[in-house]
Every structure is written in structure tokens, then in C-alpha cells.
Design a protein around this ligand. Structure first.
Ligand code: PGA
Length: 220
């Protein structure tokens, strides 16, 4: 069971308050060092596919490894929606990170319109077609309509999507989208839900801790 906290572009809590927690933390770049220093398992929120070069605003795997980062988030829907991230760039970032020895959480998921048009499986198939199984690759199913909206997939809907994803690519699958202390147990109890990618609730130490404690109680 893996719980990851995605702080997005928020400063986030004091990393020292999270010390000892069995979780991955994905803070903004400026807080990576503090999180590593506090002994947290620290992932960055993006990585470029080249080891170095003239790519203003990007960061590479060797630069992240140098500060003690051990993994990266790739393909979050906010990157896809607002920053022109494509399946192709997701694939390049993922491959480069894994080749460099970083762990990867690669995100997939359909929008509300795609679900309404019954395209969920086609979207997932397309997003996953560019990825290959790897021991350090974890997927996150994040239905876009459930991110930051307070709408959560039902445990049954999450289970169905996770089982479909695993039929296409053999990897653990985290659920993401408005995971909170009060819905975590039911989602994490699903057989193909292997953890959670938590946004909003990871910014509050008590909420995040509660979700981690719930996960620890679920037999693996
Ligand atoms: P949320 O975000 O928990 O705030 O919905 C999840 C995510 O974007 O990873």
C-alpha cells in the first residue's frame, strides 16, 4: 500500500511534522531539499527527458538525484490540461526517469466529457499504450472529474477502472481524486487499489496522517 501526497504548487506543511510517516511526498521544487532533509521519501512533480540542456524551466533526473530525490510524478492531468503534456512527452519523461534510477508515478485518467461519452477505456488504453512495465513504475488512476472537486469515484468505479488498467499494464495502481480521511478506507479496501495519490488532503498534516494510518491497517 503506497500513499503519496501531491502538494502541487502549494507550500505545504512543515516537512519535520511528517517525519517517520510511511508515505511519498511530492512537494514543489523549492521544498524538495527540506523534505529530503527531514528524511521523507521525496518525489518531484516533473522531470525532463534530457539529462541537461537549454530547457528553461525544466529539471532533469541527474539534478533531482543530486539533491536526494528518489522519484517523480509524471503525466498528472494538470500537466496534460494546462501545460501541453502529451502521451508522447509522458512516455519520454517516464523512460528517462526510470533509466536514471528514479521511481515513477505515472498518472492516467479520463475527463468528465470522456466518461459521459463512454470513452474511459479508450482513453486509458491510449494513455497506457506508451508505457511499459518496470519494477519502479507505479500508475495512478486519477479521473480528472474527481480531482480537487470533492467528487470521488465510488469504490466500485475505482475498482473497475483499476482492474481494467492492470489488464493492460502490470503495475501497482494508486487511486487519486478527492481522497480524504473519510473515504480512504472504502477506496483502499478494493482489491486492485494499491494506494492513493492525495492532493488537497495531503496539505493538512492530520488529514494526511489519518489516510496513512488507514492504509497501514489494510492487509496487503
Ligand atoms: P485532490 O488531488 O486529492 O485534491 O483531488 C489529487 C491529485 O491531483 O493528485
Amino acid at each position: 500500500m503506497l500513499i503519496a501526497g501531491n502538494w502541487k504548487m502549494f507550500r505545504g506543511p512543515d516537512p519535520a511534522a511528517l517525519a517517520g510517516l510511511d508515505a511519498v511526498i511530492c512537494p514543489p521544487f523549492t521544498r524538495l531539499h527540506d523534505c529530503v532533509d527531514a528524511g521523507l521519501t521525496t518525489f518531484a512533480q516533473n522531470v525532463h527527458w534530457e539529462p541537461e540542456g537549454a530547457y528553461t524551466g525544466e529539471v532533469s533526473a541527474p539534478l533531482l538525484l543530486e539533491v536526494g530525490v528518489v522519484g517523480v510524478l509524471v503525466g498528472h492531468s494538470e500537466r496534460r490540461q494546462y501545460f501541453c503534456e502529451t502521451d508522447e512527452t509522458v512516455a519520454r519523461r517516464t523512460r528517462a526517469a526510470l533509466d536514471a534510477g528514479l521511481r515513477v508515478i505515472a498518472c492516467v485518467g479520463e475527463t468528465h466529457e470522456q466518461r459521459e461519452r463512454d470513452e474511459t477505456e479508450d482513453v486509458l488504453r491510449r494513455q497506457l499504450a506508451v508505457l511499459e512495465p518496470h519494477p519502479d513504475l507505479v500508475l495512478a488512476y486519477e479521473p480528472v472529474w474527481a480531482i480537487g472537486t470533492g467528487l470521488t469515484a465510488t469504490p466500485e468505479l475505482a475498482q473497475e477502472a483499476h482492474a481494467f488498467i492492470k489488464s493492460l499494464l502490470d503495475a501497482p495502481v494508486l487511486y487519486g481524486g478527492s481522497v480524504k480521511p473519510d473515504n480512504a478506507a472504502a477506496l483502499l479496501a478494493q482489491p486492485d487499489v494499491d494506494g492513493a495519490l492525495v492532493g488537497g488532503a495531503s496539505l493538512d498534516v492530520d488529514s494526511f496522517q489519518a489516510i496513512c494510518e488507514t492504509a497501514a491497517r489494510i492487509p496487503s
